[in-house]
Design a protein around this ligand. Structure first.
Ligand code: GLC
Length: 622
């Protein structure tokens, strides 16, 4: 049975024992009576617990007393690729001051673990859960960086790619050697009978590169499930041995000091014939067991879930203690932001977000404008229908707009085509600056368009920095990095347009960030100001929910948040024209008559009949 080091906090002992009891129940209910496997799992948990460093345990104890530490308004995130940002881990360590200067307190390192050689899906084809990609450094350098960041009050997150491994992972190599125990850790079949059944209902994820979810391995002489790229093989969670191995890998990573694990492609981890293999109930059972294990060894460490799907599936992942994810990507917000920028109409965004808010959940979103993936235009068809819009035609229009094909379009982008089997819209790639028109405006030496592009960039950031949840900037956007089409020259990247916006940070441009006359300085300094404002006001705490405001003007998006002492009103003009809103509307919300614009310091009177917002202007009023 689980033992416990009694010299530690008694509260800890209680939690440990409670977890063990629940874990056993859940494990037995999913895997049946399997004493040997369960005991192995117990051994893994014990070893990880004994191996946890003292400073991490102190932090665990603090966080157990304040389990919602991540809701703090002080948390402001940025995601970066280590190599694209500063070559390697030591390079990133040298740049800690840069994060501090902007006010970043949470860094999401895009995949850092060892991957296969050649194509590796941007690091998502992991070949070892316990080694750092040698191009970036080694595990002790990683631990050192995480420690250094912690000392500066910066939390860290890494990707835990648990749906699949690279086909070069040691478990696959064992399977190739004929070891059945390892073969059972993947979905491997001697004949095509079962794969054929799966294919009937399993959608394609990357239809542009593969038309099937099962591939034939000549080495194994078996059919293997591979729903992403052919070199990423799906793990079989029906096997308790696989679960134990994943639990061990997860604890190993948490013991390096990481605070947040991003659960990559989490809805896909359980597969059943006759279903779309997406978000099945067993996914949540597995997640619950992983939560219990985290709570036993590293309480306070949390999961961030990636579920690109319906409102229900996203919200279904938020959980209470022992369940679900503490953080979920606010994928609908990102898509709606880009939609509103094209249509100058914010109704779709409000209806979609309102639907998320209907869920009475302990929710905390990760709000982002764009991430390392492309913008998938599978906006809520229901919302569009409600607005009388044909979604397929609409997706085509917005993608064409971003491609620069529609007259008046300001953007530069690339896109992927519509796929009927996947029932997805087209997808768009491009950096925030290029999609907002900055690249084109600079090329055309058009000052007016440059100003407008910067305003659009700041408008979008003003929302992720004020909407309920944690803002996540994408590294490089803070200085307005442009698209980089040079990925087409690399055979490893050429077939994946997402590399268009995964760009190397140009440090020569970053050097200009202190000069308010430059583009870089205008963006960086404005963001810095917004971040400082956010961090200094508890109205931005993620626990405060957002209430939408009917602004009476479809181009103006409005919401408010209140606590006992204060209120915040956010107004955002998504159009290129001046927009007016009637002050009476705000009065009806019971807001104070005089508010202060946190950004400009100006006093705004709601006694005036109407309030005017300049093109792409936003206001944070308190
Ligand atoms: C997630 C990642 C994406 C990757 C996929 C497969 O969706 O965000 O970049 O291609 O998982 O691992």
């Amino acid at each position: 049975m689980l033992t416990y080091e009694t010299s530690l906090d008694p509260e800890f002992k209680e939690r440990f024992e409670e977890g063990a009891k629940l874990l056993q129940e859940k494990y037995t209910s999913l895997y049946g009576e399997t004493k040997e496997n369960y005991e192995n799992l117990v051994g893994i948990i014990e070893a990880a617990f004994q191996g946890r460093k003292k400073d991490l345990r102190l932090q665990d104890n603090q966080r157990s007393r304040q389990p919602q530490w991540y809701m703090s308004e002080k948390l402001v995130g940025m995601s970066i690729y280590v190599d694209l940002f500063a070559d390697n881990l030591t390079g990133v360590k040298d740049k800690i001051e840069y994060f501090k200067e902007l006010g970043i307190t949470y860094i999401h390192f895009m995949p850092v673990l060892k991957t296969r050689d050649g194509k590796d899906d941007g690091g998502f084809a992991v070949s070892s859960y316990k080694e750092i990609n040698p191009k970036l450094g080694n595990m002790s350098e990683f631990e050192d960086l995480v420690d250094a960041l912690r000392k500066e009050g910066i939390v860290t997150c890494i990707d835990f790619v648990l749906n699949h491994t690279a086909k070069e992972h040691e478990w696959v190599l064992e399977a190739m050697n004929g070891n059945e125990k390892y073969q059972q850790m993947y979905y491997m079949f001697d004949t095509y009978d079962i794969p054929r059944e799966f294919e009937k209902t399993l959608p394609l994820i990357f239809p542009e590169v593969s038309q099937q979810n099962f591939i034939y391995s000549d080495e194994l002489k078996k059919w293997v499930c591979s729903i992403f790229y052919e070199y990423q093989w799906d793990l079989n969670y029906k096997n308790p041995v696989l679960f134990n191995n994943i639990a061990e890998s997860m604890l190993f990573l948490l013991n390096q000091g990481v605070d947040i694990l991003r659960l990559d492609a989490i809805p896909h981890i359980w597969k059943e014939v006759g279903t779309d293999c997406f978000n099945l109930p067993q996914v949540h059972e597995i997640l619950s067991m992983l939560n219990i294990i985290v709570d036993m060894v590293a309480p306070g460490s949390i999961f961030k879930g990636e579920a690109i799907g319906s409102t229900e599936s996203i919200m279904g992942f938020f959980g209470d203690k022992y369940n679900g994810c503490s953080l979920m990507y606010n994928f609908p917000l990102s898509v709606s932001l880009w939609n509103a920028l094209v249509t100058e109409d914010t109704r779709e965004m409000q209806i979609t977000l309102d639907r998320l808010n209907e869920y009475e959940k302990n929710r905390c979103f990760i709000n982002y404008i764009r991430c390392h993936d492309d913008i998938a235009w599978d906006m809520d068809g229901e919302t569009l229908r409600q607005l009388g819009i044909d979604s397929t035609a609409h997706f085509e229009y917005v993608t064409d707009f971003y491609l620069g094909k529609i007259p008046g379009s300001f953007s530069k982008a690339e896109s992927k085509d519509f796929d009927s089997k996947a029932k997805e819209g087209r997808k768009t790639s491009g950096t925030v600056a290029s999609l907002c028109g900055l690249e084109k405006a600079v090329e055309d030496a058009n000052e007016l368009q440059t100003d407008l592009a910067i305003k659009k960039i700041l408008l979008l950031h003003s929302i992720i920095l004020s909407y309920e949840g944690i803002p996540m900037l994408y590294g490089g956007d803070e200085i307005g990095m442009f698209n980089d089409p040079s990925y087409k020259d690399s055979w490893e990247k050429a077939d994946d347009s997402r590399w268009l916006h995964r760009v190397s940070l140009d440090w020569a441009r970053a050097e200009k960030r202190g000069d308010g006359e430059t583009i870089e300085g205008r963006i960086f300094q404005s963001l810095k100001k917004l971040i400082t404002a956010r961090k200094s006001n508890p109205l931005f705490n993620s626990s405060l929910h957002t209430k939408f405001l009917e602004t009476g003007n479809q181009s103006v998006f409005g919401y408010c948040k209140k606590n006992q002492t204060d209120e915040l009103l956010v107004l955002c003009n998504f159009s290129g024209e001046n927009q007016k809103i009637n002050s009476k509307i705000m009065n009806s919300e019971g807001l104070r008559r005089e508010l202060c614009n946190m950004v400009t310091g100006e006093i705004i009177s709601l006694n005036e009949h109407s309030l005017t917002l300049q093109p792409y202007e936003f206001m944070w009023l308190t």
